[in-house]
Design a protein around this ligand. Structure first.
Ligand SMILES: *Cc1c(COP(=O)(O)O)cnc(C)c1O
Length: 467
């Protein structure tokens, strides 16, 4: 499979090049030249497969430059760190199927992609005898999942900036208690945006980027989307063997449009009608919800909510969907994105019919989230985190009789214990992994610095992995 840019400015590249490139060199996002189609016979055969075997079947249709045995080994290793045998268990609670995506080392769904991406990076660096310095800023979940994706890897150092005192205790401890020599946590005096701006400036310094072999691990990497396609197919196979109606809807708590875009790819791969609708669930940061309901894709201010990993306005993966919406024409995509960059808005009202063929949408307010966590616990004894609650609230509003809805549970409730305990009015039983983190006196390591680009640059330079 060859990969192209949504903006059409690069020669096509194979999978391994696409992974190393991250963002396409012309500023666009990378996409497979064509989306493979899966016939009904193959789909039926897949019902026998383990999660890892299914991952291989799907990924190998997008990857033809890693030998089979090695790809299988990378997949197996990536999911051996999960504490559930099926990797992503699906449970049935009340009228909903709930897909638990939080059984990885940092208890949020980003592990599914970042465990895989870390291993792919390691494999490629080994093959090319090179090294990488990963640099990123986090508002919480991505940083820890990225650190756990590359900890202990010989050819990679990782530098993660987080805003001092502005992330949850669990999130902070998840990052700073990782004692591997290749992990560098930097707490900055400032906000997430300050950290993000410094990281962007360092990536834009092309000499620095090249000298230090800077690598990004953000949500635009195609390998992350690909790893997420797998669990949608896994869920369809599971649900269709339990339900008489074969069509499934998915409710997806959405921020950067990465997770739900993987669902869109799965929908196009699978036999017609296997996935009926993708329900785009947002909190008060509802730009994507407005896009689906009336074609208004316009930036608002970011509002802080109890589901912080979805507090996003400009969704970094949206350009990928836009490319398909604009008939796979890179010229039109580039123009639309340039227009958006200038004006902060895009009018997609002419595309409503097309958009609503694949997507539908609902929103959840802070009060809705609180009520949903509380009610779901009261009625079914099942505890959900605030991100999952956004999806569950939307699913319950949307559910039509007879069509199964699968909600993506994107984080373990213990990760957002304070919010959850206020809703269920009871102390949470925390998983061992979290209790361990919160043990007083637990060893940790973190550099506290001013939000100053030059200081951070010097620090990265001094601690960077050298060729
Ligand atoms: C990142 C994240 C999301 C949002 O996923 P996107 O791919 O950005 O849409 C939802 N829930 C949790 C817990 C997350 O960490």
């Amino acid at each position: 499979m060859q990969y192209i840019s949504t903006r059409g400015g690069i020669d096509s590249v194979p999978f391994t090049k696409a992974v190393m490139m991250g963002l396409a060199d012309d500023g666009g996002l990378l996409l497979p030249r064509a989306i493979p189609r899966i016939g009904s016979d193959t789909y039926e055969e897949w019902k026998q497969l383990s999660y890892q075997e299914l991952a291989f079947e799907i990924m190998s249709r997008f990857i033809d430059d890693i030998p089979e045995a090695e790809l299988r080994e990378i997949i197996n290793r990536s999911y051996s760190t999960f504490d559930a045998e099926q990797v992503v268990p699906i449970v049935h609670q009340g009228p909903l199927h709930i897909m638990e995506l939080f059984h990885g080392p940092t208890l949020a769904f980003k592990d599914i992609a970042l465990q895989f991406l870390g291993n792919i990076f390691e494999y490629l660096l080994e093959k090319n005898d090179s090294i990488m310095n990963v640099l990123g800023a986090t508002s919480g979940d991505t940083g820890s999942a990225a650190i756990y994706g590359v900890r202990g890897k010989e050819r990679i150092n990782i530098f993660i900036l987080h805003p001092k005192g502005r992330i949850s205790k669990v999130q902070e401890k998840q990052m700073t208690t990782v004692m591997d020599d290749n992990v560098f946590n930097i707490a900055i005096h400032g906000t997430f945006d300050d950290g993000q701006a410094i990281v962007k400036a360092l990536f834009n310094d092309l000499d620095f980027k090249e000298q230090q072999n800077l690598g990004a691990i953000n949500s635009i990497n195609w390998a992350r989307v690909l790893a997420q396609v797998v669990y949608y197919v896994h869920a369809c196979l599971h649900i269709s063997s339990h339900e008489t109606d074969k069509a499934t809807d998915f409710s997806v708590p959405t921020g950067n449009f990465g997770d739900i875009f993987a669902g869109y790819i799965a929908k196009r791969m699978l036999p017609e009608g296997t996935i009926r609708k993708l329900l785009l669930a947002t909190n008060s940061n509802d730009i994507l919800s407005r896009m689906v309901s009336d074609g208004d894709y316009s930036l608002g201010d970011v509002v802080a909510t109890s589901s912080p990993s979805m507090d996003i306005q400009s969704a970094s993966n949206f350009e990928r969907y836009l490319y398909y919406l604009l008939d796979e024409e890179p010229g039109r995509t580039r123009q639309a994105m340039e227009h958006f960059a200038e004006n902060g808005k895009m009018d997609l009202s002419d595309f409503q019919v097309q958009i609503q063929r694949d997507f539908t949408t609902e929103k959840a307010s802070e009060a809705d989230v609180d009520k949903t966590i509380s009610n779901f616990y009261k009625e079914y004894g099942y505890i959900i985190d605030p991100h999952t609650a956004v999806g569950v609230h939307c699913a319950l509003k949307h559910q039509k009789k007879g069509i199964p809805v699968c909600c993506l549970a994107t984080a373990h409730p213990g990760k957002f214990g304070d919010v959850v305990e206020k809703s269920i009015l009871k102390e949470l039983e925390l998983p061992q992994a979290i209790t361990d983190l919160l043990t007083p006196g637990r060893e940790s390591r973190c550099e506290l610095m001013d939000a100053d680009k030059n200081l951070i640059q010097e620090y990265v330079k001094a601690h960077a992995k050298k060729t």
